[in-house]
Design a protein around this ligand. Structure first.
Ligand code: PLP
Length: 414
């Protein structure tokens, strides 16, 4: 019996090594140091690996799993749709109820000017759509982005990546894109009559969860109106309830001309959307028609998942609770190695004294069953972006792991 168990364990180990090898050999890699957790299942705020380790998830698929993993209502909505039909025709030709209902519910929850939604496959694709819309509607070419911004990895979105070293290797990118400093009031004058659109993240994510300050977005919006440019807000990360409001811009007294959403809308499925007025949106269906086309945008299964996710978030107290949970996190995460907690609601970043501490924290937390992750640009930061459905008890548990780890790291440093 003992020998049989030993043999079974040996075979399981071999299988695991094989899949890890295959992962590196066959699945394209973008970093030399992936987390390499082999997932067995995920539920609520937890992810389980094939060794039956349980991880409390403070990443939430990089702010994407807004209602937790495998929310039963979302899974049910997907299953119901699976039984009816999957993909049937390219975007916009057939009437698919889940997609129509989703765009209607989005519109109901937005200012009346933002009434028309184009559903895409990803956030980056929606950014591309927004760039095209701004150029077509204004008849101008210049797009202004912000330094340290991130809007996605396709060529147009990459052009707006506000970090030169990440753009440079892929040049030539799209022409007539210029940059301003986020939150810099003096830079607003760089938006001129030549500008078609200004694209900003409502809260800068990769840069370190930097909120707009001193009416910054309102002033940019005013300037855009003066010069006939469109203000495009990237709500892909702050949107869908994460900051205590359904859309981040509602916190900052500003009305964009176009918003771009994604991530948290999908309930765990891939989605993006750009939203604007009917008048602006009409420019991509006229002269030439088919101004933006996509095969799978508005896919009925994904739309069903997103619709249910949006229903859950808009009909519950999850948004309000995000602000209460922020307070819990801020109250516990006090440590001499933490210089600041930035962000809003459940879009928070722990800013550490240096990047080595951030690295040790992310890697050490994984060993203690807590999933943390870095930000793309600000290397001293570690994200705390759990599902909105996380309980206060789970938050306390995770934050305690962070504090204990920082104590250990501090001991090693001294
Ligand atoms: N914009 C922001 C602010 C993001 O955080 C991301 C993804 O991390 C994107 C755009 C790109 O979205 P996607 O990865 O769905 O293309």
């Amino acid at each position: 019996m003992k020998k049989l168990t030993q043999l079974m364990n040996f075979l399981t180990k071999l299988k695991k090594e094989k899949i890890k090898k295959d992962f590196h050999k066959y699945q394209a890699q973008v970093t030399p140091y992936p987390l390499e957790i082999e997932i067995k299942r995920a539920e609520g705020s937890y992810i389980y690996d094939t060794d039956d380790n349980k991880y409390l998830d403070f990443i939430a698929g990089v702010s994407a799993c807004s209602v937790g993993h495998c929310h039963p209502q979302v899974v049910e909505a997907i299953k119901k749709q699976l039984d009816k039909y999957l993909h049937v025709m390219v975007y916009g030709e057939f009437i698919l109820k889940p997609a129509v209902d989703l765009t209607k519910l989005l519109s109901k929850n937005l200012p009346k000017e933002l009434s028309s939604t184009y559903l895409t496959n990803s956030g980056a694709e929606a950014i591309e759509g927004a760039i095209k819309l701004a150029r077509r509607f204004t008849g101008k070419k210049e797009i202004i982005g912000a330094n340290n911004a991130y809007h996605g990895s396709t060529l147009g979105a990459l052009t707006l990546m506000g970090l030169k070293e990440n753009r440079k290797p892929f040049e030539p990118l799209i022409p007539e894109v210029n940059f301003i400093n986020f939150n810099d009031i003096n830079d607003i004058s760089k938006i001129t009559n030549k500008t078609a659109g200004v694209i900003l993240e409502t809260i800068q994510g990769a840069a370190g969860f930097i909120e707009p300050k001193n009416n910054y977005l309102k002033l940019v919006s005013k300037r855009c109106k003066e010069v006939g440019a469109l203000l495009i807000l990237d709500e892909i990360q702050p949107g869908i309830g994460r900051t205590g409001k359904l859309f981040g811009f509602e916190n900052y007294d500003c009305k964009p001309d176009i918003i771009v959403i994604g991530k948290g809308l999908g309930g765990g499925m891939p989605i993006g959307a750009f939203i604007s007025s009917k008048k602006i949106m009409n420019t991509i269906s006229d002269n030439p028609i088919l101004g933006h086309i996509t095969t799978f945008g508005g896919n009925p299964v994904i739309a069903a998942s997103a619709l249910e996710t949006l229903k859950i978030i808009t009909s519950s107290s999850l948004m309000k609770e995000a602000l209460k949970k922020e307070i819990v996190i801020r109250n516990i995460l006090k440590h001499e190695l933490i210089t600041e907690i930035r962000g809003k609601g459940l879009m928070l970043a722990i800013i550490l004294k240096n990047s080595t501490i951030a690295d040790k924290l992310v890697i050490g937390a994984k060993k203690k069953g807590l999933l943390l992750f870095w930000l793309l640009i600000e290397k001293k930061a570690v994200r705390v972006t759990p599902p909105l459905t996380i309980s206060e008890k789970e938050i306390s548990l995770g934050c305690k792991v962070i504090i204990d780890l920082l104590d250990e790291i501090n001991k090693d440093v001294n």
